[in-house]
Write a protein that binds this ligand. Structure first.
Ligand SMILES: Nc1ncnc2c1ncn2[C@@H]1O[C@H](COP(=O)(O)OP(=O)(O)OP(=O)(O)O)[C@@H](O)[C@H]1O
Ligand SMILES: [Mg+2]
Length: 255
């Protein structure tokens, strides 16, 4: 690599550290869909995915580092979580990620498989830096201390999001509404650590529990998104915002 190429790469890498949108564009060729343009799967990020990624960028720029997203079925939640996991892991030195989901099927057959899918679509030079196993994805340079971990969220063994320490830590919960509250309580220290990036994403399935509270009683501590028309409607009925207007907003097309 010439000096100029090295400089160019360093600049690109710095851009990636600040912007998962830039990383996703450069690695998988996906760009945000534009207003009035037809969404094309494989070419675009859905508007919901773009919203989520911009929230992460805001978090990196100083906004709340806890992000909670309620979104409908099939809008690309697990794909978005997968991109974020792979982005965070490679962009931050000795990064550690704890990922969880309520059942082993959702954790391994869905999310971990989705991550593998995007890992396999990476350019070779980058893919070889990751080592994928059934329970971990490690960065080959330093596999013991630089990794993402998958654990099913079981209330009998509630440490799925706990016990991870370091300068760069991300906690991810897919189908977060179904994750037992014991998991969140056990990880309370990390979840309230202002240096930890915490992302909960879910089709909202419950009107109680930790995930629900992130959109209600604990909302002030989170960046929140409601992409789910039904849930938005019920939530807004108990707020002073126009339920109908919010319904229309949330009902904007996904893909
Ligand atoms: N922007 C995108 N471009 C190409 N493929 C995508 C994109 N977003 C998601 N996909 C693919 O679409 C499928 C559905 O997405 P995904 O599983 O992420 O949705 P989901 O919201 O998690 O669904 P569910 O509600 O069932 O959990 C997956 O195969 C995923 O890889
Ligand atoms: Mg999913």
């Amino acid at each position: 690599m010439t000096e100029n190429q090295l400089k160019e790469f360093q600049n690109k890498f710095r851009e990636w550290q600040l912007s998962p949108v830039a990383f996703i564009r450069d690695i998988w060729g996906l760009i945000p869909e534009r207003d009035n343009e037809k969404f094309v799967k494989g070419q675009h990020l859905s508007w919901q995915q773009h919203d989520i990624l911009l929230a992460v960028e805001r978090a990196l720029a100083g906004d709340k580092r806890r992000i909670s997203i309620a979104s409908g079925h099939g809008i690309g939640k697990s794909a978005c979580v997968s991109w974020l996991l792979l982005w965070f892991l490679i962009c931050f030195y000795q990064a550690k990620v704890a990922a969880t989901a309520p059942t082993s099927e959702q954790m391994y057959d869905v999310l971990w498989a989705e991550i593998k899918k995007w890992l396999d679509k990476m350019p070779d030079w980058l893919r070889v830096k990751y080592e994928w196993t059934a329970s971990h994805i490690r960065v080959v340079e330093n596999p013991e201390t630089w990794f993402a971990r998958a654990r099913t969220a079981r209330k009998e063994t509630p440490e799925a999001l706990a016990g991870i320490h370091g300068d760069y830590v991300m906690l991810l919960a897919d189908e977060a509404s179904g994750v037992p509250d014991e998991i969140y309580r056990t990880a309370e220290g990390a979840l309230t650590d202002k240096n930890v990036l915490a992302i909960l994403i879910s089709n909202p399935t419950r009107l109680t529990g930790y995930f629900y509270d992130t959109h209600n009683s604990d909302k002030k501590n989170w960046q929140t998104f409601n992409h789910s028309p039904m849930f938005c409607f019920f939530w807004t009925l108990s707020s002073d915002r126009s339920a109908f207007g919010h319904w229309q907003f949330c009902s904007r097309r996904a893909f």
